[in-house]
Structure formats: C-alpha cells, structure tokens
Design a protein around this ligand. Structure first.
Ligand code: ADP
Ligand code: MG
Length: 635
C-alpha cells in the first residue's frame, strides 16, 4: 500500500519521534502539508493552504478541474477508475459503477428503508443490523472501501499537484452524521493511507472558509444552507469562544440539483410528446437528456433562455421563467426546512448574523433570492459554493497543524477509546483528537437468546482488532433479564472529564441494571508509545480492514445460520420437503465456507441462503395472519 512507505519514510527522514501530535495541544508538526477534503455525495474536492499566500486553494491537478465526481467504476480486469471518467459508465455499466456511496456509509440495510431502489448497483440484504455491503460480480465491498477509493484518488491528485507526500487530512461530514457514519468516514481515510486528524462538520468548514470562527472572541449565530446534487441540509450554528455548536439541522437527504434536472427532462418529454416507453428502453437517450438538462440548468444560472437539440430532432429549449416555475416546489420545500430548523434552534431570522450558501445548486438565482428573502438579509455567496467546504477543511487542517498561533487549541484525546464487540473487533466510542471533556455512547444488544450477562471490555488504540490495542478495563453487566437475542437494549456511555479520567457505564434499559468503572487512559503511557500506536495503525490499515471484513462476514453468517435454523425448527411445517432440503443444503454450504476466511465466499453463501429463504418469512407471516383471522371468527 502506498501510504505505508510514505508514512514510514517521513518518520525516518526527520528522525522523528515527534512526527505526530503535540499531546497537550493537539498541534502537528509544521512542514508537512495537511489537506482538507470534502467527501461529497455527488462531488468531492481536496484543498490545502498555499504556503506563500496562506490562503486555501482547491487542488486542480493536471487542469482536470477541482471537482472530482464521487463515482467509482470497476473495470473488467479489476482496475478502479474514479471521477469524471467513471461517470461515463453510469449508463453503460451501472452494475459496476458506484455513485452516492456516501449515502451508505455507516448504515445497515435496515437504515436504507424505502430508498433501497435508488441505487443502480447491488446492495446485499442480509436483513441484519450489520453494515451494508455492495456486491460487484463475485466480490463484496463495504461503503468504507469504496469511499476509500475516492479518497485515494484525491490523495493521489494532491500528491501529484503538490509534488509531496500527503499523509494527513481533515475530512468533512454533514452535521447530522451519527457516530457510526463519522467512524466509517475515519476508517475510509485510514484505508486510503491518510491519518484523519479530525472529522469536521461541513457547515463549520463553510463558516471557516468565510472567516467566521477564526477569531475566538466572536459570538455569532450562523445559518448554512447547503443544496448539492442529491441532498439538502440547513444547519443553524452558534459560535461561542471559538467553538461551533450545532443548534439544529434539518433537510432532505433525497432532494437536490438532480431533481431540478429531472423536472427539466419531464418538461422536454411533454413538449416533444416523447413516449415514456421508448425512453425507458433507450439508455443512451436517457443519459443524453440528463446531461443536456444539467447543461441547461447551469446555463440558466447565467442567462434567460437556453436552446439546444438532442439527437438532432428533440427540441431542448427552456426559459429561466419556465425553469423557475418547474423548480418552485423544490425551493419551497427547502425554505420550509429552514423554518423548521429555525424553530428547533429557537431563533428568529433577525438573530441570524450570517447566511452562508454551499453546494453547486445554490448558484440557481431563484434559490439565492428565496434564501435571502427568508432570512431577511443577503446570503454570502462570494466564495465558490462547490469549493467552500473543502477550503474550510484546509483552514481547519492549518489550525490543527498549529500554524495559526492566534488560535487556542483545546485539549484533545490522543488515542481512540472504545469497546470490544463480536469477533474481537474494536468499536470506537470516543475518537482520538476529540476535545475534552466529552461524552459519547452507543447502544448494544445480545446475540444469543436468554443471554443474562454481557462482558464490557474497554480498549484504547487505533487498530481494528482489540488484541492489538491496549486494554483499560473489563467488567460484566450482570442480571439482564432473559430475553430473545436482540431484545435487550444496553447503553454503554463513555464520559471523559477534563482531567482525562474515563468513566464507562453500562445500563440495560428495560430492567435498569447498571454497572460502571473508572480508569485513567493516559496512565503509564509515554508520548513515544502513543506515537508508535498511531504509526502502527497507518502501517497496518489494509490488513486491519481485511481482518475486520472477514470477522464481520463471519458474524453475519453466524447470525444468519442461527436465524434460519431457528426458523426451520419453528415453521418447518409450513414448508415443502424440497424447500427444507434445499435450505439445509444451503445452510451446509454456508457452514462449509465459514472456516475458509474468504469474505467474498462467505458473503456469497449468505446471499444465496438469503435469496432462497426470504420468500418463506412472508409466507409464514400470511399463514399466521390467516390463522389469527380464522381464530377471531370462531369467537
Ligand atoms: P454534493 O455536495 O452533493 O456532492 P455539489 O455541491 O457538488 O454536490 O453540487 C452538485 C450539484 O450542483 C449538481 O446537481 C450540479 O448540477 C449543480 N450545479 C453545479 N453548477 C451549477 C450551476 N451553475 N447552476 C445550477 N446548478 C449547478
Ligand atoms: Mg457538499
């Protein structure tokens, strides 16, 4: 892996025991470039602080533009292509072309809910709480690995353009991302060979780019309106003593510029009396119309009228007036979200000091006018709305690097704190570089029916397997009432106080049983040991992720075996003998590949078993509903 030699080299070059962080300030060694990355749903960018001008600049490697579409294509011979070139395959080879992977980061199949059909590629439904996986031919990928491909491309472009190794980054995420999504983003960075110094909220980065929040004495309330390709967010932030607090967020994760493009296409279909059926069959025509619609939309941000043709015959003309009529409902929806967010933040438009526009779609004049009108002041749009998040991330990186002496850095945790989960994996609760004091928690459940004890093992470190990390404490939460697997709800909370003392508590919510322990994570650790632990996590990133994926696949498989076996026991009488036989066969196949340690084979067997048995559950449900109804009639 490319990162490893680079990272190790920088260690030896400078003979650095002090390569990583100043533990008391979180400051980093200064010479090395630290980049800021906007890992977007539609587009991603990387930026850095220009050493002479000291201004943030988005990297435009080889004149290919600053924007890298967040699209990954896997070619027949196993190569990956990222960005504009990959985008071309969205129509010609959708099954091997991944887009919008950010929507899947840190999510389980259950989380996707009604949006399962949105994706043109295959997402595995193992019906579990586990994280989603994507099937490409006979290989299985996690959204973390796919996001890492995008990050690797950004890193390569930065290294190429700046002619220097790039090993450290700040990456942005939406303000509403939960712990699991943030952790997935960190892991993607690690897998791309980057040490992720901090995960920063996108609206916070945008504010920094506008110079808001640089001076710690500022007290402000800011609204950040972000309309991208497929997502919309509004965040209300309060800035107090150099710390951004998210007062509220609102939005729609399936609303953006793509919807405007679709509105234009539908208009053209109507105007040209195109038949939906012919269109549905003609993939090329669809794609051409899509590209034309986006071109028209962008043109209308500047001019009043757009005219063109597709295939020489289809008239593709539209006026700005018509376009605004078409998108009025979309804009109205976003303004409604703004109203909600303001209500949640308990602020009135007069109390907002600045409104910041982020995302390519805020270039649409109607959007700008509607937002400025709602907040009763001109929104800030002087910076490029595509770049503003990446630029802010670069500023945050510069602050963390200690290059801005005027800015006070708070104490941070030098290593991640977490607990052991199934298969000996580390589940991080408080990521490294978190400001202290801090607290965070997560909910767990049991994996076996009738389980009454749960072992909580607390670890410190960056590695994926707990055995490579440092154990801090262990205790049993006893007296969980016997319930079926998955029913108990155990909250594990980590509370780290300003003196660096960690309190870990576990509570089973249904019964109230509770247990806690206190430790001092830094006790007995030297700075050199901390640095070594950080370096190890970078050098072993790829092995760690592979090991994690095998363990996750095995855990998924074990749960699946358990569930299907139980299902056969309980409901076997509703199945045909040949169905039972086939299920047994598939169960055995899965059992056979389990010890192989080959995650793709294991997941393939899980997928096969799942596909074969998924109709059963529904059938049994219907039978029991019928029985229940019949039962009622007799009464
Ligand atoms: P994301 O944050 O979701 O990755 P971006 O902020 O990059 O997305 O926004 C991409 C969207 O911005 C696309 O729908 C694109 O068509 C739209 N866009 C880009 N430039 C313009 C423009 N000049 N006028 C209107 N929309 C634009
Ligand atoms: Mg964005």
């Amino acid at each position: 892996m490319r990162c490893c030699p680079g990272a190790v080299a920088s260690l030896t070059y400078t003979n650095m025991a002090k390569v990583a962080i100043n533990l008391s300030t979180g400051a980093l060694q200064q010479e090395e470039v630290i980049v800021g990355i906007d890992l977007g749903t539609t587009n991603s960018l990387v930026a850095y602080i220009h050493p002479e001008t000291k201004k943030p600049v988005a990297i435009n490697d080889l004149g290919r533009g600053t924007i890298v579409p967040s699209v990954v294509h896997f070619t027949q011979n196993g190569e990956t292509i990222v960005g504009n070139e990959a985008k071309d395959y969205l129509t010609t080879d959708p099954a091997n072309t991944i887009y919008s992977v950010k929507r899947l980061l840190g999510k389980s199949y259950k989380d996707l809910g009604e949006h399962k059909d949105y994706f043109g590629y295959k997402i595995i439904d193992d019906d579990s709480e586990g994280l989603v996986k994507i099937r490409l031919g006979d290989k299985f990928y996690s959204p973390i690995e796919l996001s890492a491909e995008i990050l690797k491309e950004l890193r390569a472009r930065a290294e190429h353009a700046l002619k220097t190794p790039v090993n450290r980054a700040v990456i942005t995420v939406p303000a509403y991302f939960n712990d699991s999504q943030r952790q997935a983003t960190r892991d993607a960075g690690k897998l791309a060979g980057l040490e992720v110094l901090r995960i920063v909220n996108e609206p916070t980065a945008a504010s920094l780019a506008y110079g808001i929040g640089i001076d710690p004495s500022e007290e402000k309330t800011i609204a950040v309106y972000d309309l991208g390709g497929g997502t919309f967010d509004i965040s209300i932030l309060s800035l107090h003593q150099g710390i951004f607090e998210v007062l509220s967020t609102h939005g729609d994760t399936y609303l953006g510029g793509d919807d405007m493009d679709r509105a234009i296409i539908n208009y053209w279909i109507e105007e040209n009396q195109l038949v939906a059926d012919t269109l549905n069959q003609d993939k090329n025509l669809q794609q051409e119309l899509r590209l034309k619609a986006e071109e028209a939309k962008k043109a209308l941000s500047q001019q009043q009228i757009y005219t063109s043709k597709v295939n020489g015959t289809i008239e593709c003309g539209i006026t700005r007036h018509k376009f605004e009529e078409l998108i009025a409902p979309i804009v109205a929806k976003t303004i409604e979200s703004c109203r909600q967010a303001m209500g949640d933040a308990k602020r009135t438009p007069e109390q907002i000091d600045a409104v910041i526009m982020v995302g390519g779609s805020t270039r649409v004049p109607l959007v700008y006018e509607a937002v400025s009108e709602f907040f009763g002041k001109q929104a800030n749009n002087s910076l490029n709305p595509d770049e503003v998040v990446a630029l802010g991330a670069a500023i945050q990186a510069d602050i963390l690097a200690g290059n801005r002496k005027d800015i006070l850095l708070l104490d941070v945790t030098p290593l991640t704190l977490g607990i052991e989960t199934m298969g000996g994996l580390m589940d991080s609760i408080i990521p490294r570089n978190s400001k202290i004091p801090t607290k965070a928690g997560r909910q767990y459940t049991t994996s076996i029916d009738g389980q009454v004890n749960m072992k909580i093992s607390v670890y410190q470190g960056e590695r994926d397997l707990v055995k490579e990390n440092r154990k801090l404490a262990e205790f049993d939460l006893k007296g969980i009432p016997a319930m079926p697997a998955g029913f108990p709800k155990v909250d594990v909370n980590f509370i780290l106080n300003a003196d660096g003392i960690l309190k870990v508590e576990a509570i089973e919510l249904r019964s109230g049983v509770r247990q806690e322990v206190e430790v001092k994570p830094q006790y007995g650790l030297t700075d050199e040991q901390v640095e070594q632990m950080l370096m190890d996590s970078i050098t072993h990133a790829r092995d760690d992720v592979s090991a994690r994926m095998v363990i996750e696949a095995r855990t998924t498989a074990e749960q699946m075996l358990y569930q299907v076996e139980r299902f056969l026991e309980k409901n076997g009488q509703h199945l045909k003998q040949e169905e039972i036989n086939l299920t047994r066969e598939n169960l055995q196949k899965l059992r056979d590949v389990l010890p192989s340690g080959d995650k793709d084979q294991i997941l393939k067997a899980v997928d096969n078993l799942e596909e074969q048995t998924s109709p059963f559950a529904e059938r049994v449900m219907q039978i029991s509903i019928k029985q229940a109804m019949a039962g009622k009639k007799i009464e």
